[in-house]
Design a protein around this ligand. Structure first.
Ligand code: SF4
Length: 755
């Protein structure tokens, strides 16, 4: 596969001018994060002075990566743009839809069968539009990206929350929704609130049982699941330089658990070694030529308090292995205190399953360290007391560790090797359990451990640790075991102690693979047909949304006046609905079913003005649509907070809602509404929310002179014949008004591409 060397050259060419201009404009030394962000401003050097955590800025990312679940709607939307090819290098990775049940081969072939229509769609749409396609079984998005596409000083967006994994190779890599990915692939700039900066200084060097995973387990304990919100975490110091690139990737990956926008390490000899080890010596050579730009200024790291909003220091020489959980990744326990915590909290002592791998921890180094523990189960006559599974992160790693004998080591210990996919990490796990009502414990080397995440069972207490600690626990089958100090009784009745793990950073014989699972796109995709079965319940081609009719919008009925919190989950619920995420009409049957109706305090029960009956929100809306009647949704404060799920904006648009009127919007959702050509407006006086009655009919006036900063007017026609009106605000700029008029941003791009 191509490494986009020319693209990387162009990015590096920008660095010297952009960094110099940024230093001049700000009058200060720069962190690595600032250098990368300045180098990726979409409008060159024009916007140099912006405030951290305040200003939204347009960026031009270098790459897009999508996983199979979220790629579906992103690519269905992209098809609307009318472009022959994506504007930036992009890839699709089939990793989320493979269920772990029996073992790699059987599970993979079942998944190919069950998900055939989705895979056929993703393969054909990738082929057509110049997108690299990684087939099911090729690996997990973040591991594959680290091995093939991440490069120091780059910027990437990915439709998955653990996209920051690429920060291990010095890339600003940020998880986004499908709408953002669609925009960047369509050639639009990408907007991000300029982040705050948290600096983590690492001193000392890891030894013994401590690993890179323990760094992030400690950081999660310090910052908690919210502590990184709106911030980029930059790691530096001699300790940082001593960590392998994949260890750095683990730390950045799990930075998502503290809510960080992303995390990053600077370019160093470990990054160089990894690039060369993964056959990217040409990128290492390019990076070496600009390496002063691929790390923070020395003055910054000498006095970090002056440059970061918060600084944390961790001495790796004193770092103790940690176990975090249960039910939250920020409940951090040093291993020496864990046994007491287990007893005091009455968590199930017996460990039922240990699971290693996932995108977080399946590097060659991780596997070899864990295997050095697994091997002792055999050589010291220990029998693994818990079930044990291994999920390799990519075919490259799987093939190489099989060649080098490590998979055999795990199997000798009784382990089961699962497909190169997310599997149990995302709940795609048909766990064998005799009694799901029993409180039970599992431990993983994954990143998330919220209730039900792995096996859907609220009684499962999931803990997170490094692969070597997980392997030791799987042998012991007991959560009060401390592998650093305790002994185990072997089959001969002897007391034996596990030796410290030993790992190999990069394979001595080099990486190898027979078939990495990559499909390059067609040179000329114009003749390629995108495969979507018209009878599919999971996929549906999108129709362009209609343009604005050019007049004020009148005669709207109230669909729902939502009360209190109305997040994107209330608007477009997840769970079982996610299987329809590529089928807009089917998934629209979840529209607003979680929102509470102000008039009856009930979810999914609204009055149909045509019949006088109460019914589900989607069915009521479909009835209005069938009668050609537009509707309005009224909401409270911070409407649309939560994930950036584009379905929450697309569903109302698809079903014929004409406007969303709220006290305030969560910004990302407001932008998503604008992109879909929806009218999103706010009460100028939030007390006007109280004027809305259930039987009202609405007019929205002022649209024929729709102008940035100029309020519109809403007229309420009450059932008793009276009427009242009030001003409503909007935040549409000139371009967004054009989106509204055209019926959506993609309609404009399509028009431009056609002309
Ligand atoms: S392995 Fe887990 S964390 Fe990684 S991409 Fe898959 S689901 Fe997400």
């Amino acid at each position: 596969m191509a490494f986009d060397l020319d693209m990387i050259k162009k990015v590096y060419d920008r660095y010297s001018t952009r960094v110099a201009a940024a230093r001049k404009a700000t009058g200060k030394h720069l962190t690595l994060t600032e250098k990368i962000l300045y180098a990726h401003l979409s409008e060159g050097d024009a916007k140099q002075a912006f405030a951290r955590g305040v200003d939204y800025v347009d960026f031009a990312p270098d790459r897009v990566a999508m996983q199979d679940a979220t790629a579906q709607m992103a690519l269905l939307q992209f098809m609307q743009a009318g472009r022959p090819q994506v504007a930036v290098p992009s890839t699709v990775h089939c990793d989320h839809l493979i269920q772990a049940k029996i073992g790699a081969d059987t599970d993979l072939s079942t998944a190919k069968d069950v998900n055939k229509e989705v895979y056929d769609f993703l393969a054909s749409v990738s082929d057509k539009y110049g997108i690299g396609f990684w087939k099911p079984g090729a690996g997990i998005i973040h591991q594959v990206v680290l091995e093939n596409y991440a490069f120091p000083g780059g910027m990437m967006i990915g439709t998955d929350s653990h996209t920051p994994n690429a920060g291990g190779l010095g890339m600003v890599a940020i998880g986004v929704g499908g709408a953002d990915a669609c925009d960047v692939m369509a050639g639009l700039p990408w907007e991000l609130k300029f982040p705050k900066l948290i600096g983590v200084k690492l001193t000392g060097k890891l030894s013994g049982w401590a690993s890179a995973k323990d760094v992030i387990l400690v950081v999660a304990g310090i910052l908690t699941v919210k502590g990184g919100t709106g911030a980029i975490v930059e790691y530096f110091g001699e300790g940082a330089q001593s960590l392998s690139a994949t260890g750095k990737g683990t730390i950045c990956n799990m930075g998502a658990e503290i809510g960080a926008t992303t995390s990053i390490f600077g370019y160093d000899t470990k990054s160089e070694a990894y690039l060369r080890g993964t056959e990217r010596a040409d990128i290492a050579d390019l990076a070496n030529a600009v390496k002063e730009h691929l790390t923070g200024d020395p003055e910054v790291y000498a006095n970090p308090e002056q440059y970061f909003d918060q600084v944390i220091e961790i001495n790796l020489s004193e770092l103790e292995p940690h176990v975090n959980g249960p039910f939250t990744p920020d409940l951090a326990w040093p291993i020496s205190k864990f046994a007491t915590a287990v007893k005091e909290n009455n968590w199930p002592v017996k460990l039922e399953v240990g699971l290693i791998g996932s995108c977080t921890n399946s590097s060659y180094e991780d596997i070899t360290r864990a295997a050095s523990i697994a091997e002792q189960a055999v050589t010291k006559n220990l029998k693994a007391a818990a079930e044990f599974t291994v999920t390799p992160g990519s075919e490259l790693v799987r093939y190489t560790v099989e060649r080098d004998g490590y998979l055999g080591t795990f199997e000798n210990m009784g382990g089961v090797v699962l497909a190169n996919a997310c599997g149990p990490c995302i709940g795609q796990w048909a766990r064998h359990t005799d009694d799901p009502t029993r409180k039970n414990s599992i431990i993983t080397s994954f990143n998330r451990n919220f209730a039900k995440r792995q096996d859907g069972n609220p009684n499962t207490h999931a803990f997170v640790a490094s692969p070597e600690i997980v392997t030791a626990f799987a042998i012991a089958g007991d959560l009060t075991f401390n592998p650093l100090t305790d002994t185990l009784t072997n089959t001969a009745g002897e007391q034996v102690k596990l030796d410290e793990p030993k790992g190999i950073e990069l394979p001595i014989k080099g990486f190898a693979v027979e078939d990495a699972g990559y499909q390059a796109p067609a040179e000329d995709g114009s003749k390629v047909e995108v495969k979507v079965d018209p009878k599919s319940s999971r996929l549906q081609l999108l129709e362009p949304f209609k343009a604005w009719e050019g007049t004020d919008i009148t005669g709207l009925k109230l669909l729902i006046k939502a009360k209190g919190k109305c997040t994107t989950d209330h608007i477009s619920m997840a769970g079982p609905w996610l299987k329809f995420r590529g089928h807009l009409d089917n998934i629209s049957n979840n529209m607003l079913i979680g929102a509470i109706n102000y008039f009856n305090n009930t979810a999914d029960s609204v009055k149909n003005e045509l019949t006088g009956e109460y019914g589900p929100v989607p069915a009521t809306q479909r009835d209005y649509k069938a009668h050609g009647i537009g509707t309005i949704v009224v909401g409270d404060e911070n409407y649309g907070e939560g994930s950036s799920r584009e379905h929450a904006a697309m569903e109302p648009r698809h079903l014929g809602v004409r406007a969303i009127l709220v006290k305030s919007f969560a910004r990302i959702h407001e932008t998503n509404l604008k992109k879909q050509g929806m009218l999103g407006i706010t009460f100028a006086n939030s007390a006007d929310y109280d004027k809305i009655q259930e039987d009202d009919t609405f007019d929205i006036l002022g649209l024929t002179t729709f102008t940035p900063g100029k309020p519109l007017t809403v007229v309420l026609h009450h059932k008793d014949g009276s009427q009242e009106s009030f001003a409503v605000n909007h935040t549409y700029n000139e371009q967004q008004i054009e989106w509204f008029k055209a019926g959506g941003a993609l309609n404009i791009i399509r028009r431009q591409m056609a002309s």
